[in-house]
Design a protein around this ligand. Structure first.
Ligand SMILES: [Mg+2]
Length: 340
């Protein structure tokens, strides 16, 4: 099946985005063509791009309070040896408020939306440079990874770069990030893992729009640090309208029931007492952020997982989708009514 055939006018007018992301369709299109197809679809047939921040927003915790980092330090082969358990854990740390908002946006746009992830992780660019890996740079200090079929797994970011066997740190960092972005795709009910922007400079939606070749007006960001990003862009009205603020998603604001179930699962499948007992220095290396006192971490110094701290914070509130839905082009929204 050629891309031209897939993108023919007739097809695209009859078929909503969800058709193109069905497993049967995805299985039959080869990797290179999938990339081209998704880029064209994003550019020409997408009403909204929902950019989502990762740390304390799309996923629980942050770099220095990170469930995946702790697991992969203690169990470096977990993605091979304990894959199912690891995938379950990572899917369980995805913010349910995000998936609810995505579902709303998906239904109001007739499936014509795309999720992209947008994270500030200077350590990833640093690590890649140190390991001699070419940066897939789309703007100075910002790198981009294409989306992939979710069946391609959590290694889809590293798979796009020429990462040599001995560039283990880069491999591990991209796996850790890929696990979360893969899980965000799965939890949002997609058969696709989302594209990812990683930056070591300020966040700027115009860079995202330019690279995806879409109108910036279609791009919105959900972020727990929106205020900081808006300020860094000189309080531009565009940034203030399109960078939406959400509650911090961490061990004090997690949903209690879900967190307790995951806590029990982690203590059973990924016990950490050995790490903490035998290598306290490594523990301190993972959990070094002084803004997270011992008693608020996901892993206690005695090696017990804790995913919820009742009474220390407010449960994370629903994400406001109004600005995104009000920003929909009414002509585009009207056209979608003829699709079925
Ligand atoms: Mg954040």
């Amino acid at each position: 099946m050629s891309t031209a055939r897939i993108m023919s006018e007739n097809d695209s007018k009859k078929r909503p985005f969800s058709f193109f992301t069905k497993p049967a369709f995805l299985a039959n299109i080869e990797n290179g063509k999938l990339k081209v197809f998704l880029r064209e679809f994003t550019q020409n047939h997408t009403k909204v791009i929902v950019a989502v921040d990762i740390d304390q927003c799309g996923a629980l915790g942050e770099d220095t309070n990170d469930v995946a980092r702790a697991i992969l330090t203690m169990y470096p082969n977990a993605y091979e040896d304990k894959k199912e358990a690891l995938e379950h854990v990572i899917r369980s740390i995805i913010n349910a408020r995000m998936t609810e908002a995505i579902n709303t946006i998906a239904s109001k746009t007739n499936g014509e939306y795309r999720i992209v992830l947008y994270t500030q992780k200077s350590n990833i660019l640093r690590t890649m440079r140190r390991d001699g890996v070419d940066l897939p740079e789309v703007d100075p200090g910002t790198i981009f990874f294409d989306g992939a079929r979710s069946t391609d797994g959590a290694t889809y970011l590293a798979d796009q770069c020429n990462v040599s066997q001995d560039a283990m740190t880069t491999k591990n960092e991209l796996l850790r990030l890929g696990l979360v972005t893969w899980a965000i795709g799965k939890e949002s009910g997609q058969e696709l893992s989302p594209p990812v922007f990683v930056t070591e400079t300020k966040k700027d939606l115009e860079i995202v729009a330019k690279h995806l070749r879409v109108d910036p007006k279609k791009v919105y960001l959900y972020d727990d640090k929106s205020e900081k990003h808006i300020k860094e862009l000189g309080n531009k009205p565009f940034a203030a309208e399109h960078m939406l603020s959400v509650d911090k998603f961490n061990m004090t604001s997690n949903d209690a029931e879900k967190a307790k179930a995951l806590e029990a699962f982690l203590n059973e499948h990924f016990p950490m007492t050995e790490l903490c007992k035998q290598n306290p220095a490594l523990y301190r290396q993972i959990f070094f952020d002084p803004s997270w006192p011992e008693e608020n971490r996901c892993l206690n110094p005695n090696g017990t997982w804790r995913l919820h701290y009742e009474g220390r914070g407010e449960p994370v509130k629903p994400w406001d989708t109004t600005p995104v839905l009000e920003g929909l082009d009414p002509r585009a929204a009207g056209r979608s009514l003829t699709w079925s």
